[in-house]
Design a protein around this ligand. Structure first.
Ligand code: ADP
Ligand code: ZN
Length: 201
């Protein structure tokens, strides 16, 4: 039996992780697992977990590692034997070590960590014009991927909205968090010989 591939996509907010992960899912059959999307669903449904993490997400802070790792472990228990692309996880060294550990427990190993690189100015430009469908979560960009009809999802007719964490102030904060907490993953994966760099522009 071939081992089902596990890939991590990471990079600054707005670098296109979600869009690329979606393509990998459509074209190659990966399960697309976005921790951000999982938490947004919990928040929208007002589950106990959603209520616990809402303040972090709306202010652009990272959710504590223990909470994130618990959620990912539960997901992996159900999907270990599928090819998975992780989008927006891990975001800290502690999470990266946690992922390695949980995979090892299942006799698995991460295949590659793909860094999608993008400058701060380009991040702010992209995120300020990003819109998302309330119903099916599809992502649009008013500048370079606009919907056919303003404010309405091409796929499902749902309403497009701007994420509360996509305001310029919160974007700048998320960028600082990325530099401090997530960019150390570049060295971490380089040392494991698993890093692949892609120019997100
Ligand atoms: P983006 O990559 O554009 O910031 P995400 O949907 O990946 O968007 O994440 C949105 C928010 O969800 C983050 O700002 C953070 O608050 C929370 N979050 C998502 N994934 C993680 C994670 N792995 N660790 C901690 N917090 C996370
Ligand atoms: Zn939609």
């Amino acid at each position: 039996m071939t081992t089902p591939l596990k890939i991590v996509l990471f990079g600054p907010p707005g670098s296109g992780k979600g869009t690329q992960a979606e393509l990998l899912a459509e074209r190659l059959g990966f399960v697309h697992y976005s921790t951000g999307e999982a938490f947004r669903t919990h928040i929208a449904q007002k589950t106990p977990l959603g209520l616990e993490v809402e303040r972090y997400v709306t202010t652009g802070m990272l959710i504590p590692d223990e909470i994130v790792l618990k959620v990912v472990k539960a997901f992996l228990d159900d999907h270990a034997q599928r090819p998975i692309v992780f989008d927006g996880f891990p975001r800290t060294i502690v999470q990266a070590r946690g992922l390695d550990r949980v995979l090892a427990e299942q006799g698995l190993e991460l295949f590659r960590a793909v860094l999608i690189d993008l400058s701060d100015d380009e991040v702010v430009r992209r995120l300020s014009s990003r819109r998302q469908c309330r119903k099916c979560s599809k992502i649009y960009n008013l500048t370079f991927m606009p919907p056919q009809r303003g404010g309405i999802c091409d796929d499902c007719g749902g309403e497009l909205y701007q994420r509360t964490d996509d305001s310029e102030k919160t974007i700048r904060h998320r960028l600082r968090v990325y530099q401090k907490e997530t960019s150390p993953l570049i060295d971490y994966y380089e040392q494991q010989g698993k890093l692949v760099r892609i120019d997100g522009a």
